[in-house]
Each structure stands twice: as structure tokens, then as C-alpha cells.
Design a protein around this ligand. Sequence first.
Ligand code: ADP
Ligand code: MG
Length: 700
Amino acid sequence: MGKNLSEFPIQYIKGVGPQRAKLLNNLGIKTAEDALYYLPYRYEDRNNINKISNLNYGQLETVTGKVIAADVIKLPRSNRKLFELTVSDGSGLLKGKWFNQPFMKKNFEVGQEIILSGIVKRNPYRGLGFEFDNPEYEFPTDDGDAFIHTSRIVPIYRTTVGLSVRQLRTIMFNLLDACVKEVSDTMPREIIERNNLPELKESILNSHFPEAGADMDNLNRGISLYQTRLSFDELFMFELGLSALKKGKDIERGIAFNTEGVFVKKLLDSLPFKLTGAQQRVFSEILHDMKKPHPMNRLIQGDVGCGKTVIAIMAMLTAVECGYQAALMAPTEILAEQHYINIHKIVEDMGLNICLLTGSVKKRPLDDIASGKINISIGTHALIQEGINFKNLGLAIIDEQHKFGVMQRAMLKKKGHPDALTPDVLVMTATPIPRTLSMTLYGDMNYSVIDELPPDRRPVSTRLFNEKQKSYIYNAIAGEIKKGRQVYIVYPVIEETGKSNLKSAIIGKEALEKMFPDYKISLIHGRMKSQEKETVMAAFKKGGIDILVSTTVIEVGVDVPNATMMLIVHAERFGLAQLHQLRGRVGRGAEQSYCFLLAYEPAGEEARQRFGIMVKSNDGFRIAEEDLIIRGPGEFFGTRQAGMPDLKIANIIRDARLIEDARKEAFGLIDNDPELKGFPELKKCVEGFWRGKIELFKTG
Ligand code: ADP
Ligand code: MG
């Protein structure tokens, strides 16, 4: 045929046509190539044909026999119909049942030879005998190769309404038959050999229709030799894109900041603490990048409370000292305001100009930003909106990266003057991402980790409570306030609604006021005006509020060291990462802090697992790994940045080792041949894989 599989419409594959092509499109299959890489999610071994009399209940079994009867039966007391097939192999009788599918009848004739596979069920009426619900079936023919659905290891695909697994399997069979020979392998030979990978065509074939005798367990986990080859290829494409991106940035011209460190020294002298070793190391890594004539592109990871903000300020002061502007972008208004409150006095004392830019700030100093009078801008994504233009943006810092994507990073960078050099970019995140995941998510960046907490920190004591133990909790809260400390109480919702039975922040606050008439209790939530939120946060920071009742608006970044107790109401409603982030609001000073998880029934098994981990561990990296295991990569990727291609075959947990191998190969290749001049076909594939999401291979 000689076709280009990535452009060959699926419609023209045998057995597809326009109608089914639409259904396949729903599955993300548009071309023959898409279909080749649309792999089964599990497999069944239908190789071993058993005698009906020997069938085992609950097992997946395959039998062969003759059709004795094929009847549509009207079910008593309902409008539903049942199609029932009776098959005999001489040793016994077996019934196949299809509910609500009377049209099935036309597919069968009495006397026909048939092969049936299914899970063996007990016949409910007679107590004896066997039946299959919705079995897979196949008519044996003379051309022995045509066994698609039985007598082999068969693939089970995810499908869509209107297209049965069986139909899809037939399409796949035809597709492989017609197309696999056209597949061209663009992976460099050396890499295939170094990694002991099997041939591509063979791998595709065997990942759909595995050869007899293949290890079912490996297949169903997606780690057969052949499946591994396909996972490797996908990861290789992914990492190749990342390495090309990174290479492009590394050779781009940027600002070489020549700093004396005057402002930084002033800042450090004014701090009541000394930097930790990890903070010093990470700042020196940043400084090293900033001094180079290429744009910095670095991710700083560090658990909640490790002290990332001061590092951000140091970096911004370095840029400002060299005559450039700096910007700090936070994911929420509260966090941006917090940063502003924390930073503005320090820098204003140094004679610098700073502004806050969020959606609800009315007076925007656009002219002063454009003229360069403003040295430091702090804000939300309002910073990257239309109309905001910097005179000479030298450094852009993004705090709590998980809410921003590659695209926003790129936009923030473009905020510099058109003729200006690309600004340095620093991304900070407390989302403790397992290493393999961060390698895929942020693989185009350099990476630093602050793996040390300030010396005076003690782990937050975390305990789980139920509703009946509330009085204990309230006593503990009162005790803490008597000691002069402050308390957060977090609710899952602002207001009660008819639908859910969730306790809310507003009602919670009223109840607390009755219980504790002498305490100052305030409320903060996302629906309040920015000005109101700011006032409340400022008062809480000053110690003028004893109990702050809130929603998850305080999830990230809020920093009030005197707050030492947090109660999370309806803890069962929060995910693990979120619980850890929330808990990170306490334990930010030298005092012992407490986090109480108040769970309501029914909490569910997963919630219980989460509580177990929270009580046991304060280590964000451990928590993230457990979270990844509980939730699976799909959801973890849900918060993933836009602009990254999906991984359809590989799995970042299962394939951690493979990611490292693929990454090493990809980065090695790009190092030797940044534009893949020697591999034009491979280059086309990578660009196809990234589908123009990002400009790869741009030269500096
Ligand atoms: P995060 O990394 O979560 O953003 P912050 O930068 O908000 O953490 O810092 C948490 C708290 O620790 C702040 O009150 C900050 O002033 C304080 N802090 C930062 N570095 C140190 C240090 N080296 N020693 C003591 N306290 C520190
Ligand atoms: Mg922070």
C-alpha cells in the first residue's frame, strides 16, 4: 500500500467506513497510526478450550460446541427481552445470555459450530448448569488464522457506545493485517540495541494480539517485552521534546546578571534567622544561572515551610540591583497579597518600588511598570494579561507552579520588551512531586531542591477524630488560644446547601462564636472581596484574630508562624496533597503545632488510607508518592500543565526506570545533534508527537 500511516484516515481501513470512523474519533483514533497505538487495557487467555462438564464457576473459560437452540425470551413481569443461546459439546449444556439484545438472534443458526468465551456463572433457575452473560463468540472457519475473538490471547479494548469490543477487535485485526508492514521504525538503531528492545512491528503486533504462551500477568500489567518497547518509544518521544525545548533555552541569549550582592546582603542582615544549608546551596545555584548569558530556567522544589520565599526575594533583588525589573506570580490572590505584605516593607526600605497586581486591584500602575519605575511586581495571572508591559523584565518567578503551565510560563517570558533579552525564569513549588513525575512534568528545566527545614521546626502532631470527640478538640483549641497562639479551622464549603450535608464555614463560625464569646473569630473565603480578605489576613498576621475560619483559600503560601493549630472539618473530603498543603500552614515556627482531622462518616476506604499517611508522616515527598499510588497518574496528571502531550501507553509509576533510560537516551541524542539533522524521520515523529504544542528545535 505504501501509505503514510499518520495521515491515513481510519475510515478507509477495512470494516470501518464513515459511521464507525466517527465512533473511533471519540476514542481519539483519527488515523491508522492512532489505531496502531491504541492498545488493549487488558487481555484474556482464551486458548484453553475446556469441556462444559469441567467448567469452573467464576473462571474465564472457553468452550466449543454446537448451537442447540437460539431463542428470544420475554422476561416475566417486564418489557425486557432476553436472547438465550444453548450450546452442547456432548459433555453438557451451556447457556449464553444477552439481555435486551433480541437482535442477536439473527447471528446464530441451530446446528452451527461455535466457540464461546466468558466468565462461568451458575444457572440461577436450576441451581445447576452453567451460563455466560454476554460471552464473546466466534464461528470456526477453515482458514485457521481468522480466529480473532477466541482460541487465543485476545485483546480487550476500551470502547465507546455504538462500537462493541468485538467490532473494535475485528477492526484492529484488519488494521494490523493491512498496516503493520508499513510501520517505519525511526528509533536510532544504537538505542534499540543498547536498551535490548525488540523490533517495532513485532512489538505492535504482539501488544494487540500476543503470541500464544505469553505471560498473562506481564501482559495485563503492560510490561511484556513488546509493550515495554512501545512505552519506551512514547517516553523517548516525550523526553526528546523536552530535551529539545531545554536545548533551545540553553542556547538562547539571555541576561548575564553581574551582581555585587549589595541588596541581598542588606536583606540577609535584616532577617532574624540564618539561611539553612539547603537554602544557601539553592541560592548559589540560582546565582550561577543568573550570571550566565543564557536565560535561567530552573525549578525549585521544597516542602511547605522550607523557606522558598526568602530565596525568591533574594533572586528578585539580584535582578533589580542589575537594573532590571522582577515579577513574582502566585496562583491565588491571597498568596499574592501575602507575598506583597511580606515583601513590600523590606524592599521599600531599600528605596525600591513595588506594586501588587491582582484581578481586584483597581489602580494598576501600568505606566510605572512600562517606564521601569516599578522594580518589583507581585501578582496573580493578572500579571500576564493584555496591556501589561514591562520596560525590562529580567526575572520572572512563578510560585506554586502546579497551578501554572508551560504556556503561562511562556507568556510571562514574553512580557519582556520585544527587543529585550529573554528574562530568567524561576519556578517554585511545594507540591512535592515524586522524582519520576517531576522529570516528566518539568523535564525541560533545571532542578534544585530545598531538602531541609529551618532548624527549629518540629513535625506537626497530627491526629484523627470523629464527631463524638469534638469536645476534646474544642478544649484543645481553647488551651492553645490561652497560650497566646492562633488557630485555623478549615471547612470544605462556604455555605451549606440543600444537597450536601457538609458543615460550612459560615455556620461553623456562628457556632464557634456562641461557644467562644470571648475570642476574636473571623472568616475568610474565596467569595470575599480582595480588600476584605487582605484586611482579615493582615489582622490575623498581627495576632488580632484568635480563630480564623476559612475554606481552602488558605491552602497555599499563607505564613503566620504564631498559628499553631489547625482543625480540618470534613477531612474525608480533601485529597492527600491538599491536606498536606493545608497542614503546612501550621508548624511554621519553633512551637509545637497540631493538626486535627475531623472526619465524618462514611469516610470510605481511600479517605482512611489518606488519614493513615497524614498521621504517620510529615514528609511531603513521601506523601506525594503515596498519593500518586492511591490516585493513579491519570488524576495526578489532571493538574498537569497544558501544553504537554499525553502519555497513552507508558505509565509514570510503573515505568519509572524506563523514564530514566528514555531520558538518558533522548538527552544524549540532542546533546550530540541538537536539531536532529542526522535523523530527519525521527524529528518528524517528535514534532508530530508534540503536535505543534510547543516550538521545538528553534535555534538560538
Ligand atoms: P515556603 O517554602 O512554604 O514558601 P516560606 O518561605 O513561607 O515557606 O517560609 C516559612 C517560614 O519560615 C517563614 O515564616 C519564613 O520567614 C521562615 N524561614 C524561612 N527560612 C528560614 C530559616 N532559614 N530559618 C528560620 N526560619 C525561616
Ligand atoms: Mg511559599
